[in-house]
Each structure stands twice: as C-alpha cells, then as structure tokens.
Design a protein around this ligand. Sequence first.
Ligand code: FA5
Length: 345
Amino acid sequence: MKEIDEILLEVKEKLKASLPLEELIQLRNAYLLKKGKLQLLMGKMKDLSIEERKSFGKEINDAKAALEALFEEKIKEKEAQKLNEMLENEKVDITLPGVSHFSGYQNPFFKVQREIEEIFIGMGYEVANGPEVDKDHYVFELLNIPKNHPARDMQDTLYIDEETLLRSHTSAVQAHVMQNSNGKPIKIICPGKTYRRDDDDMTHSHQFAQVEGLVIDKNINLGNLKSTLELFAQKMFSKDAKVRFRSSFFPFTEPSVEVDVSCFNCHGRGCPICKGSGWIEILGAGMVNPNVLRMNGYDPDVYSGFAFGIGIERVAMLRYGINDIRKFYQNDIRFLSDFNKKVED
Ligand code: FA5
C-alpha cells in the first residue's frame, strides 16, 4: 500500500512540471501500461492472503483510475494549448494585399495567324493541314518542278535524304489536298511552318510560316484572285494600306504575281526595313498552272483555280509595326509584354 501511495506521489510531483505532450504520453505509458510501475505491483498479489488481496486489488484499481484521470487532464490541457498555439501562428490576415501571379503573354505570331484564318474562314474557306517533313514529290514534283529544274534554286531547301525534306513552302499542301479530292472543287487555306536555308535578317528567317490558299472550281479567274487578296489586305491592315501586284514567276502558277504592302515604318518613302523600296512583300500568288491541275487529277479544260502563299510573320510585322522578324522567336518577355500592352490599348 505504501508503494502505491509513493507511486501516486511520484506522479503528482512529476506532473507539477509543464511537460510537453510527447513526454506526458511517455510518462503515462511508463506507469499504466502492462509493464508499467503500477502493473508490476500486481505481481505481489501472490504473497498476500485472500482478504489482503481484495483490499490490495481495490487500492491498485483506485490508484490506476486516479492516475488515468490525472494524465487525461494534463494531456487534454496540453492538446488545447497546442491547438491554440497553432491557431495563433497560422491565422490569416485577410486585410493583406493579394499576390498577383504572372500569367504570360500571347505571341503576336499566333494572334496574326488566327486573324488571317478568321478572315478566310469568313470568306468560306476550310482549314487544311499537311506534314512539315514531306516528300520531294509533293513539295516540288506535283507542283510542276521536276528534279534538276532551275526553279528549285528559288527555295534553298533543307533535305533529310534524297526524297525527304523540310517543306520550303506550304504549297506542298495543295498537292496533298488535290490528290485526295477526287477531282472535286476545293477552297482551303493551310497555315503552317516552312523551312529554308535563308540567311536571317530583319525580314528573313530560316524558319517562318505561311498560309497557303487554294481555290479550284469552274470559271475561276485572275479577277477572283485579285479581289480576294485586296479584300484580305483591307481587312488585315486598313482601307488606307496600299497594295501592289507585281508580275512574277512560280512554276506552279501561270500567270503569277507577288503582292507587296506599303512599308509600315516609312509609309513608302524607303527605309532599311523595306530595303529602300517603300514596300514589303507579303505573298506570292497566281492562277494554278494547267500542268499542276492535270498532274493532280483535274481537267484544265473544265476546271481552273488560283493559289496564294502568305508569309505570316511579314503580315504580323506590317500589322503591328514589328521591325525585326527575329523578335517572334527570341521569346523576350519585354517584347511580348510591350506587344500585349499595345494591343490592349
Ligand atoms: C512561295 O513560297 C510560294 N509557294 C507562294 C505561292 C503560293 C505562289 C501559291 C503562288 C501560288 P515565296 O518564296 O515568294 O513563295 O514566299 C511567299 C511568302 O513567304 C513571301 O512573300 C514572304 O512573305 C514569305 N517568306 C519567304 N521567304 C521568307 C523568309 N525567309 N522569312 C520570312 N518570310 C519569308
């Protein structure tokens, strides 16, 4: 009995100190679990008479209940204290100013690509796609440019092997679409990347993008092509933008034209961007060559067509006054944010 009292006193003494929660739990286990101090006293039962056992057992159980109550009270106290500390430290000050997160900007290239697409979709065109890594057959041969033809020099092409190359113009998609159309009328645009061994400068890049256009039907004529491109230029730039058609040569069109828009920088006076000419070329176009129609399953006596290939970056430069094509690819955050601010204004 004395030992039980001693244990009770010992525990009370220890609990006077403010112990951390983990230590309290350890202490409780040390007294109350199976091999705890109180439990070990039970081993002495066997040395007692039956009468003594009864009162001894009762004493031990009472002491156990008293200790459990003591520990429970202390543990609850500690848990409440811990919760209060957490609430105190983690409280949110809703009056603090918010943190703004950077959300990135749209590259003007994609904005212009979408604008071009929307203008032509508004005129009834469908959007078609073709491979960037293509066969010589589609990029040149089906467009009336056989192997060793001097016109191949017009586009300095990046070959992967003798038959496979990075397409140098989106006109290759014309051939794919015509081959798959079974001689039926066509009205498509095809936006996409193109690659050439061109030296990079303010208006040239070795990787740039074009939007190809192709219309094939009965009675399509040069007047249709001219009015389509004029309407495009008016919608894309402004009614005041000057457009000029220069006669040109492409093996896949006859007659062929190149279309220039007055320079956004000098408005026609001549500057380094337009190389002093006052104009910036944005596209090549023409009436589909009868040979191309024939090679791709169309009877040139029944069908005629026009095609054009617009340089997307050139249009973007003119549209938004961007003076260097390389800016589209440098991902300079200052250029992108300035552009987006300008567009928002
Ligand atoms: C062609 O690529 C022809 N396939 C266009 C065509 C299509 C003609 C259908 C007739 C019928 P050209 O090489 O001129 O043509 O390129 C067309 C446009 O792509 C140019 O007007 C220019 O806007 C753009 N372009 C050409 N080379 C580059 C370059 N290195 N960097 C940026 N833009 C370029």
